[in-house]
Design a protein around this ligand. Structure first.
Ligand SMILES: [Zn+2]
Length: 195
């Protein structure tokens, strides 16, 4: 009996506090369950990988003294004084004295040494990644052969005036860049500003 009355006494004293405490605990429990049953945090969807910028390929200079003769034009017509007609010039021409050394702009493999009436003596250098650098209007004396692995800066030819389609421009290097069999602007890979 005494126990009962002390329990009663206890509740009389602390009933309100207990009630509030239990209510608070109940609310917390309900909230916790509600939150944990909400949709799970969305996992960041994997995006297609988009590189911030493509790796930059920078060629070393193809001739030691850069003198721009004719710039690249994909569609803009330039007057060809030899053929006496307007045409796009999908290459860069560098003026240089006959016999000037022409260098590999990157490590690569000589994939073709050839002659073509319009572009003269030609060396094609595969520099990897689907890119081929074409050196034309070279002199007849070619110091490399098909299949040669060459290091950047290696002499792969000499400036000539063998491109019949550009003969009146005088001795020069006609440089083309091909990427996956598409002609591209060599300016993308040459840093001529610092020359
Ligand atoms: Zn040219």
């Amino acid at each position: 009996m005494e126990t009962y009355s002390s329990v009663k006494e206890f509740f009389k004293q602390y009933g309100l506090i207990l009630g509030v405490g239990v209510s608070v605990l109940l609310v917390i429990t309900i909230l916790t369950i509600a939150i944990s049953h909400k949709t799970p945090p969305t996992v960041e969807r994997e995006q297609d990988f988009v590189p911030v910028s493509s790796p930059i390929i920078t060629f070393s200079e193809p001739v030691s003294e850069i003198t721009l003769l004719k710039d690249y034009s994909n569609s803009a017509l330039q007057y060809n004084t030899t053929l006496k007609l307007w045409q796009a010039h999908k290459a860069i021409d560098f003026s240089a004295a006959e016999g000037t050394e022409v260098y590999a702009v990157m490590d690569g493999k000589v994939v073709e040494v050839t002659y073509n009436y319009l572009l003269g003596h030609i060396v094609k250098l595969d520099v990897g990644g689907g890119m081929v650098v074409v050196y034309a209007s070279l002199s007849k004396d070619i110091p490399v052969s098909t299949g040669d692995q060459v290091k950047k800066g290696r002499v792969i030819g000499y400036v000539g005036n063998t491109a019949k389609s550009e003969a009146s421009d005088g001795p020069h290097l006609h440089l083309e860049v091909w990427l996956d069999d598409e002609n591209v602007d060599p300016n993308l890979y040459l840093d001529l500003a610092q020359k």
